[in-house]
Ligand binder design. Structure first.
Ligand SMILES: NC(=O)c1ccc[n+]([C@@H]2O[C@H](COP(=O)([O-])OP(=O)(O)OC[C@H]3O[C@@H](n4cnc5c(N)ncnc54)[C@H](OP(=O)(O)O)[C@@H]3O)[C@@H](O)[C@H]2O)c1
Length: 251
């Protein structure tokens, strides 16, 4: 049994105010006319392009303000949408830096508050979404995916640094694996995946992008890549960590 975008009717994209999440909403609206979308943002002043899209697609797009790190807000959202059954849920929330936070080059920069904040935003949101939205998943083959990062792969880590971001993404990957096992045990027809989006020009990557040796993608390319690799996937592939090019990444 396969997950097929063409069979989807209701999508939920968390963290769609800008960046990769917004790109996914745009591609779904442009290329999959059968899908209606609920898209969440946290900061309105960073979600202006999403709010503009709502004007272009008033019937297919619903835009919702939600802070995904607040359990009560996710619970309230799930309760308000008991009539929606989502075939596709993607969490694109992530934090690497703020005015006060920069990825650590070495142990001297390791800071408990930064570590806990990155765990809160990067790792904690996905299990909260799974906890409250499990009952909102449709009975037809569906997808519950989180945008992770290859730097969270323990096996792939050859250069070190970025303690908190790497550790929070490694924790996220483990959480995805556990959710996949629980959903499978409950015989949910749902593919659970961690996805590395590839280096993409966004607010998150902006301070580092000039130094990268990787191919740089724009958000619409990354969104297309993500939708291409999830489309037509067999449900038996649940619990995998996939790269934007379709390859599998070691945990
Ligand atoms: N860009 C890349 O090269 C790259 C590479 C590997 C992995 N990723 C991953 O891709 C995902 C999407 O990131 P992006 O590149 O699209 O970056 P982005 O444009 O900065 O988007 C980040 C998202 O996370 C939300 N967010 C940030 N801080 C938050 C907080 N404290 N509480 C709640 N939500 C918060 C943002 O919402 P608000 O602004 O509304 O708060 C936004 O929706 C992340 O998981 C990131 O780790 C990106």
């Amino acid at each position: 049994m396969n997950f097929r975008l063409n069979n989807c009717k209701h999508a939920l994209i968390i963290g769609a105010g800008h960046g990769i999440g917004l790109g996914i909403v745009q591609i779904l609206l442009e290329n999959y006319s059968g899908i209606s979308i609920k898209a969440t943002y946290r900061r309105k002043d960073h979600a202006l392009d999403l709010l503009d899209l709502k004007k272009q697609f008033p019937k297919r797009l619903e835009v919702i303000e939600l802070n995904p790190t607040k359990e009560e807000q996710i619970n309230a959202f799930a309760q308000e949408h008991t009539d929606s059954s989502f075939d596709l849920i993607i969490n694109s929330v992530g934090l690497l830096h703020t005015k006060k936070i920069s990825p650590e080059k070495g142990l001297r920069e390791f800071d408990p508050d930064t570590f806990l904040e990155l765990i809160r935003v990067n790792a904690m949101v996905t299990p909260l979404l799974a906890k409250y939205l499990e009952r909102n998943l449709s009975d037809s083959p569906g997808l519950f995916a989180t945008v992770s990062a290859k730097v969270g792969s323990i096996e792939d880590n050859k250069i070190g640094g970025w303690y908190s971001y790497r550790a929070s993404k490694a924790a996220l990957n483990m959480l995805i694996k556990i959710i996949a096992i629980e959903f499978e045990r409950k015989r949910k027809k749902c593919l659970v995946l961690a996805i590395h989006p590839g280096t993409t020009r966004t607010e998150l990557s902006e301070p580092f992008i000039d130094r990268t040796s990787y191919i740089i993608h724009e958000t619409h390319e990354t969104a297309s890549n993500i939708l291409n690799i999830i489309n037509n996937r067999e449900l038996s592939e649940t619990g995998k960590f996939l790269s934007w090019d379709g390859g599998e990444i070691p945990w």
